[in-house]
Design a protein around this ligand. Sequence first.
Ligand SMILES: C[S@@+](CC[C@H](N)C(=O)[O-])C[C@H]1O[C@@H](n2cnc3c(N)ncnc32)[C@H](O)[C@@H]1O
Length: 246
Amino acid sequence: MESKIDNRKFMKSNDPSEILRFIEAPLEVKTLKEFEDLVFEKTKLTFIEQMYFKEFDKIAKSISDENIKGDVVNIGIYRGGGSLYMKSVFEQLNLGEKKWWLFDSFNGFNKETITEKIEQESLIWFEQYLCKVKQPTAQDIRNLFTLCKLEKNTEIIEGYIEKTSTEFPNNQQICFLHIDVDFGNSTYFSLNYFYPMLTKGAWVVIDDYYLNSTLCKQMVDQFINDSGAKIEPIRLGKYQIGWRKN
Ligand SMILES: C[S@@+](CC[C@H](N)C(=O)[O-])C[C@H]1O[C@@H](n2cnc3c(N)ncnc32)[C@H](O)[C@@H]1O
């Protein structure tokens, strides 16, 4: 990631369109080969496809237009590109005073929570790629945000979300919750823990809903069912869904 950061020294603005080019968001991830390219080409700072970011722009605008209160909670950061772009959009909309809470283990998945056979097989598959490249560290993410002048009001919390969620102040509200941890139980945990803190009109995005190699969809459906609330998710990309809390 360092050579990428060196190149960025020549860029002056944190304009979202410039950040979008910088993170090299993929157009589409359809095949195993495309996924491999994302993992092995370290200049690609996000796995999230461009189509989602267009939808995100509208989400951010609605949060701004309707003055939705609260901080941002982003779980699953990896190389940080997705979070970097989303924060740049908030800054452009004069939402820079909102605090961004970035949670990641910086150590991959929480194996203790991956108990179903289908997910255990996916874990083996994921790890065979991920173990061949250096895992990003919390310091890498800090450097990246600093380089792009987006470090203000950014809090990076390292560790499994099942342990670190309590670092988020329990009296604080949330305007945008983005969950990208791939596996079902960690997604359910994150939703269940943070959802009560979402203000009315706040957005939640589940990045992996249509990822069919894990049980993300089943666990989100279970959360919606368990919550008893009237939730009508909309599709935001090839894999993503989201909805507003009412
Ligand atoms: C698909 S990557 C996130 C990609 C990122 N959002 C992007 O823009 O490319 C999933 C990330 O979730 C993290 N993760 C998975 N399970 C976790 C858990 N239980 N607690 C904290 N982080 C977790 C992994 O370390 C990994 O960095």
